[in-house]
Design a protein around this ligand. Structure first.
Ligand code: FE2
Ligand code: FE2
Length: 164
């Protein structure tokens, strides 16, 4: 049996999430540029700023456990981002584009919600109270972003996409 512990698992997932957030920080401007709805551009812009803060929080968590901030490649987020880019290419100029962008962005948020939910639970289990608070703050931002995107889709974007 391996002698790896929950501490090791926590650090590994922290690195995975750090890599993912940095990839997301680079991907959001692509989604913003492609969006035709001003409300969608605005929502993505707000979350771009939040994402910078989330990266700083992760760096604080690395500090709390005495580790240096570094990423490990997260194949899942690269796949989710690549799918979003495919949608942008395939639906460029289409009424349905913004609906596709929202769906791609929500896939990112759901990925992050699962990661931060786990990191928060593990930080609590490990007695890392300060880290748990930081992770919870980010978890709430990801959940709020997901809700804002759902509201935007359901209040206008889906209907605009459905023009024929
Ligand atoms: Fe994030
Ligand atoms: Fe996010």
């Amino acid at each position: 049996m391996s002698d790896q512990t929950l501490n090791d698992l926590f650090l590994h997932q922290l690195k995975d999430t750090y890599f993912a957030e940095n990839a997301i920080l680079k991907a959001i401007p692509t989604l913003m540029d492609a969006s035709t709805s001003d409300d969608l551009k605005l929502a993505l812009g707000v979350h771009l700023d939040e994402t910078s803060g989330q990266i700083k929080r992760l760096e604080e968590v690395f500090g709390i456990i005495g580790a240096k901030p570094e990423g490990v490649e997260c194949k899942a987020i690269l796949g989710i981002i690549a799918e979003g880019e495919e949608v942008i290419e395939e639906f460029a100029g289409s009424e349905a584009l913004d609906a596709g962008i929202i769906a791609a962005a929500q896939a990112v948020e759901h990925y992050e919600i699962t990661r931060y939910g786990t990191l928060y639970a593990w930080a609590n289990q490990l007695g890392l109270d300060e880290a748990a608070e930081l992770l919870k703050d980010t978890l709430i931002e990801e959940e709020n972003t997901d809700q804002i995107l759902s509201d935007l889709a359901e209040s206008s974007v889906n209907e605009e996409a459905d023009q024929d």
